[in-house]
Structures are given as structure tokens and as C-alpha cells.
Design a protein around this ligand. Structure first.
Ligand SMILES: Nc1ncnc2c1ncn2[C@@H]1O[C@H](COP(=O)(O)OP(=O)(O)OP(=O)(O)O)[C@@H](O)[C@H]1O
Length: 586
């Protein structure tokens, strides 16, 4: 097995030969007969001479690239082999179900005055429009097809930083467009560099992705894959997903056809690496979505295995991007192992919720929860919010609890389905489809659905059982109030949740929510320091942990706050306890 040092500065020996089933992106617009004749030649500098260095300063000087550095890719990857399906088709169907999903009407002005902080050395400047960024014609066309008119704040900052080749740790609120923020630079980078990129060995059935995007759940990987396919449509960049256990042979066949961007869950990827079906030696871009979750106790060993113990180029050679809405200090500290000279970006306060979500907390005894939920659902119907146009997501603590509540709702006349780790892959996919389409407008879920899922028309999130960790609460309620739209989140609180009282009331105050007096009394009573944000007073910490004076690596100046960006609202972080592991996570 090749090691990163084998790879560094050198491409695989068989780089000159094209595989029978794999067509590298730079050859995909050429007639088939020309492909064999113009098989790629290894770059002298290996990956270190790739898009990362070439792009610094925003210039378009790409090795092997003529003119503005762009390959003229007017088509997708379907030359004579497999037709590239139109990934926008599903959107049309959803629009028919629910009416328009027009992103142009999105109230992104709601994000405009949000404080942004960057730290790190020589942070590239943000942009205001997509036109200011040299993403390439094909990608720009897809941005238009997605109806994205202007970049969201996290995109305004993160895209230029990533295009400049810098590693990035980015924290931005739920529903604020982080997926595109890491997908655009990856797709653009692959498009630009691929004219001179090596092709994988011809004799191998192994896949050699240029980019790896890891996420914690199957559903999120599927969603990122769907989004990335839209952004990459007809760019010549091929996106493949690997997750779960379902249809393993189908996924293997997809991999064998060639992959530029591999979206995967960690467990599935480890399996593919062990079976020698995937090699990471050509990975130039590594993105971890929900990065704090990926690096907490549950996933960290698998991530270390993938990133540090296989054949992936090391930090500094590859480009690494970490994204989440929450980034506890101890996880930031851990994440620094995977990064090199990185920029820290915080859009809004780290771990804060958006004030587009109206948050309500109600005191409800365990025994009263079901009838209380029923009251809420009846009220929604009375207010005309139920039905196809308004979906309700109900979070519970356990898989058994999810099954029981789903059953109870159904027998009481509320069309509900459920998603949790004990359901089969098919059942999970079916439940999600049924919920998204409005067929069953109530979804009962464990934390498996807490992060990342972008389901339009979720109007109400109910925390039937509150989580133990405030960060999980932030992600859960973030399933509504996305992309500038408003949403409602209701939490059932009782004495069992007293340790959450303080961080919850702090979070609600941060988001300009009305905090009931009784929860403030709970907060005053509960002991400090129990939760990540439990200690240190009213405003919980949230910023680049390198700015903490206790962090010292030989006196290096690791940060400087980005000039011209607001730095208000950040205080010294303190009081983070150990990360808690959520139950029922798959
Ligand atoms: N520039 C844009 N203009 C309009 N809509 C956008 C833009 N960027 C993203 N969106 C839309 O915003 C929604 C939320 O984006 P996304 O799922 O990437 O959010 P996120 O920040 O990753 O959320 P989470 O933290 O929950 O994972 C998506 O429906 C996406 O299509």
C-alpha cells in the first residue's frame, strides 16, 4: 500500500494509463478516440503543485491550463458510457408537491448584520457576490440553476479562503449554506487542476478520489451527495456516495466507474479501505461536515484511522476543511491535529442558534407529554399550519421511544413515521421520503436526524425529550428556520432536564428569545460547569481556541483577528466540560 510519503511529490507509477472504466475529468469532454492518445502525464510536482498553490492570490495560472485556466467543460461525464442524470429533476418534483422552492425569495438579509470573526495568518478577503469569485462557467450555471442569487455570509468568507488553498475551521449557524461553502471550492479546484492531474493505475479496481467529504450519518451523506451532484452537473466532476450496508455491490460498481469526489460515512469508508476498494493517496481535499461530531468520542478513532493511518497525504499537502454550527473548545483543540496553518471562521457566535427560530420552552411532566403534544398538533391544525405545507419533527431520546410515539400518534389519527438507528436502511429512506413529501407530515426521530438534514417546509421542531447537550439542541432546532426562513421550536422541559436550564436560557437570550422566569430559576439552582457552557456566567464562550491564553505552542503567534470584521460578541471561553455522547445515535 503506498504511503503519503510515496505520494508526496510523486504520482502513482501507472499515471499514464487510462482505466477501461474510469475517465478522468480532464479527458471527459474529448472524443473517445482522443482519450487514449492524450493520456495524462504525471505532474512533476505531484499534488503540491496542484490548485492549492496555483490559486493563491486569485490568479488563474494553472499548470497545463491555457487561457484563464479553465477547461472548456460544456458536458458532464457521460461520454459514450453512462448518461449523467439531471440532478435537478427531484427539485421539480418537490416543487410540484409543495409549490415553489424558490431560493431567490429567501430572506438572507436576516444574516447581513451577523458578526463575523476570522483568525489566522493572512486571511483572504471575503467577497459580496458569486461574480467576484472565479468558480468557472459550468459551476456558475449550476449556482443559477439552484437559484442562489448571492452567497450567504459563510459562503462569502469560506469560499475565498478555501480557493486560496487554506485549511479552514468554519463555524456558522444551522441552515446558513455550509454545504455549498465547502462543495464549491472542491468542485472548482478539481475542474481547474484536472488538466494536469494524474489518472489512477490502469490495473486496479481501486477508486482514487481527489476529494473526500465525510459526514456522520447515512442520510446526511446522501443529502450532501445530492447537493454536490447538482453543483457538479456537467462540470465533468463525478460525485459518488458510500454509506451504510445497503446495495453494497451498487456502490462498488459506482466507485469502479470512477470518482472525483467521494462522500461517505466513516464506517463505510473504513470498510472500503480495508477491502482495498478505495485509496486515499490522491486526496487533495478533505472536508468534514458536522466536524465536531466527527471528532467527538464516537467517531474520533475512525477519523484518525482514515486521515492519519491510511494513505492520505498529510495535513499541509492536502487541504482540510472542517464545518459545523457548533465547535466546543476541546474539539477545536483535537481538530487542530488535522489542520495546517488554518483560518478559523465564526459566522455568528460559535454554537449559537439563529433568531429566525422562535424558541418556546414549556414545563411538561413526563406523564403529560403525549397529551401536550396532541394539543400542539391540534392547535396547528386549527391554525391551518398542518397538512402538506407544514412538517413537524419530534425529537425523542430513545429508539424504543420513537417507535412507541409513532404508533401512538398513528392510532390517534396523526399520520406519523419514524427514523432511528434500529430501523433498516430501506425503512429509514422510506420514512424520510414520506415525511419530505408531506405524506406523513410528522416525523418522530432520535438524534440520527438532528444534524445537517435540510428538509424544506419543516415548520415546527418539538423536543419531546430534551437532549443532554446544548449543542445537540442547537442542531435539532436547526432543522427549521433554514436559509433565511422562520421556524418554531418547542421544548418540553421538566425536572429531569435541570442541567440544561442554564445553557438553554443563555442560548435563548443570545437569540433574543423570551425566557420564562421559571427556567431562569432552574438555571440559578443548577450547578455550574455541568454542561459545556454551564460555567463562566451568562455568555458562553465561542471563538478560536488558539486565542485562549492557556493555549501555547512555543510562543507562536497563531492568530490575528481579521481586519475589518466585527469581533464583538466573543468572550474568553471557559467552563467547557467533557463532551457528552448522545444516546440513540447511529
Ligand atoms: N447562496 C444561497 N442562496 C440561496 N439558498 C442557499 C444558498 N446557499 C445555500 N442555500 C440553501 O440553504 C439551505 C441550507 O443550506 P445547508 O444545508 O448547506 O445549511 P448548513 O449550514 O449546512 O446547515 P446545517 O448546519 O443544519 O447542516 C439549503 O436548502 C440550500 O440549498
Amino acid at each position: 500500500m503506498p504511503t503519503p510519503s510515496d505520494y508526496n511529490g510523486k504520482v502513482p507509477a501507472a499515471a499514464g494509463a487510462a482505466r477501461t472504466s474510469y475517465v478522468p475529468p480532464h479527458l471527459r469532454n474529448r472524443p473517445l478516440s482522443a482519450e487514449a492518445a492524450s493520456a495524462p502525464v504525471a505532474r512533476s510536482g505531484g499534488y503540491s503543485a496542484g490548485p492549492r498553490n496555483d490559486r493563491i492570490g486569485g490568479s488563474s495560472s494553472y499548470i497545463g491550463g491555457g487561457g484563464g485556466g479553465w477547461n472548456n467543460r460544456s458536458n458532464g461525464w457521460d461520454r459514450g458510457r453512462e448518461r449523467e442524470a439531471n440532478p435537478f429533476q427531484d427539485d421539480l418534483e418537490t416543487e410540484q408537491e409543495f409549490g415553489s422552492r424558490d431560493n431567490t425569495g429567501i430572506n438572507f438579509d436576516a444574516y447581513e448584520d451577523i458578526p463575523v470573526e476570522t483568525s489566522g495568518k493572512d486571511v483572504p478577503s471575503p467577497v459580496s457576490t458569486f461574480a467576484e469569485i472565479d468558480l468557472g462557467e459550468a459551476l456558475n450555471l449550476n449556482i443559477k440553476r439552484c437559484k442562489y442569487v448571492k452567497p450567504t455570509p459563510v459562503q462569502r468568507y469560506a469560499i475565498p479562503i478555501s480557493l486560496a488553498g487554506r485549511d479552514l475551521m468554519a463555524c456558522a449557524q444551522t441552515g446558513s449554506g455550509k454545504t455549498a461553502a465547502f462543495c464549491f471550492p472542491i468542485i472548482s479546484g478539481i475542474m481547474k487542476s484536472s488538466q494536469s492531474a494524474p489518472s489512477p493505475p490502469s490495473f486496479s479496481r481501486m477508486a482514487y478520489p481527489f476529494a473526500l467529504i465525510l459526514s456522520p450519518t447515512r442520510e446526511l451523506s446522501v443529502q450532501i451527495h445530492e447537493e454536490a451532484r447538482k453543483f457538479a452537473y456537467q462540470t465533468g466532476v463525478r460525485v459518488v456516495v458510500a454509506y451504510g450496508v445497503i446495495d453494497c455491490s451498487g456502490q462498488l460498481r459506482d466507485l469502479e466507474k470512477g470518482v472525483d469526489i467521494l462522500v461517505a460515512t466513516p464506517g463505510r469508508l473504513v470498510d472500503l479501505l480495508e477491502r482495498a476498494r478505495v485509496s486515499l493517496q490522491m486526496v487533495k481535499y478533505l472536508a468534514l461536515d458536522e466536524a465536531d461530531r466527527m471528532l467527538d468520542m464516537g467517531f474520533e478513532p475512525q477519523i484518525r484511522r482514515i486521515v492519519q493511518q491510511m494513505d492520505m497525504p498529510p495535513a499541509g499537502v492536502r487541504q482540510t476543511m472542517l464545518f459545523s454550527a457548533t465547535f466546543p473548545k476541546e474539539i477545536q483543540c483535537l481538530a487542530a491535529d488535522f489542520l495546517s496553518n488554518y483560518v478559523f471562521l465564526a459566522v455568528g457566535r460559535v454554537g449559537s442558534s439563529t433568531d429566525l427560530i422562535v424558541q418556546r420552552v414549556e414545563y411538561v411532566l413526563e406523564t403529560d407529554k403525549r397529551s401536550h403534544l396532541m394539543d400542539l398538533l391540534h392547535a396547528q391544525i386549527a391554525n391551518g399550519n398542518q397538512g402538506k405545507q407544514a412538517l413537524t419533527l419530534v425529537f425523542v431520546e430513545t429508539k424504543k421511544g420513537a417507535d412507541a410515539l409513532e404508533h401512538w400518534l398513528c392510532i390517534n389519527g396523526f399520520p406519523a413515521t419514524s427514523i432511528h438507528g434500529d430501523r433498516s436502511q430501506q425503512e429509514r429512506e422510506y420514512a424520510l421520503r414520506s415525511f419530505k413529501s408531506g405524506k406523513t407530515p410528522i416525523l418522530v426521530a432520535t438524534d440520527v436526524a438532528a444534524r445537517g438534514l435540510d428538509i424544506p417546509h419543516v415548520a415546527h421542531v418539538v423536543n419531546f425529550d430534551l437532549p443532554n447537550d446544548i449543542d445537540d439542541y442547537v442542531h435539532r432546532i436547526g432543522r427549521t428556520g433554514r436559509a433565511g426562513k422562520t421556524g418554531l421550536a418547542t421544548a418540553f422541559f421538566n425536572d429531569n432536564n435541570s442541567s440544561l436550564a442554564r445553557p438553554l436560557s443563555d442560548l435563548m437570550l443570545e437569540a433574543n428569545q423570551e425566557v420564562p422566569a421559571w427556567i431562569s430559576r432552574f438555571a440559578a439552582r443548577s450547578s455550574y460547569g455541568k454542561n459545556r457552557r454551564g460555567g463562566g456566567g451568562g455568555r458562553f464562550g465561542g471563538r478560536d481556541f488558539r486565542r485562549d491564553t492557556s493555549y501555547n505552542r512555543g510562543g507562536t503567534d497563531y492568530y490575528s483577528v481579521g481586519a475589518g470584521h466585527s469581533s464583538n460578541g466573543y468572550n474568553a471561553s471557559s467552563g467547557y466540560g467533557p463532551a457528552t455522547v448522545t444516546s440513540a445515535w447511529d
